[in-house]
Design a protein around this ligand. Structure first.
Ligand code: SF4
Ligand code: SF4
Length: 128
């Protein structure tokens, strides 16, 4: 992953997120965001649920499916040589039910400039 690629897609907590009150973008499962280069952050609080879902120990999950983030301040899911997330199987996420907050939070809780050009989520009005 180059610095340019990293900044292209942003990450949770970045300074460039634009939220739209009253609009909820509904994911169309195009899997584009599972194929972008860069970290898929795993928080410490997410490890137990993902490990249990996979039926393996937390240590086995960490050693088999994670690596250090690019900035070395936490864990990321491993990405394959083609940049796909290791949890992507065909068009499905193997841990959909317990996927990391980075995944479930995009694009409604975090996003980046130009995200609509690379994500097929459809805007829906939220009933007030
Ligand atoms: S890129 Fe957008 S529409 Fe595609 S899977 Fe990710 S959130 Fe869903
Ligand atoms: S954990 Fe699942 S939803 Fe998140 S990037 Fe990997 S395959 Fe996609």
């Amino acid at each position: 992953m180059s610095p340019g690629e990293s900044s292209l897609y942003g990450s949770p907590g970045n300074q460039h997120t634009v939220l739209e009150p009253g609009i909820d973008y509904v994911c169309q499962r195009c899997t584009a965001c599972c194929k972008w280069p860069g970290d898929v952050r795993i928080e410490g609080s997410e490890i137990a649920a993902i490990s249990a879902f996979l039926g393996i120990s937390e240590m086995d999950f960490i050693s088999s499916y994670t690596r250090l983030r690019a900035n070395r301040n936490g864990l990321s899911l491993i990405e394959k040589g083609n940049h796909e997330c290791i949890m992507l199987k065909g068009n499905s996420c193997l841990i959909h039910e317990v996927k990391p907050g980075q995944c479930s939070g995009f694009p409604n809780k975090w996003n980046f400039p130009g995200w609509r050009k690379v994500c097929e989520a459809i805007p829906m009005k939220v009933s007030q």
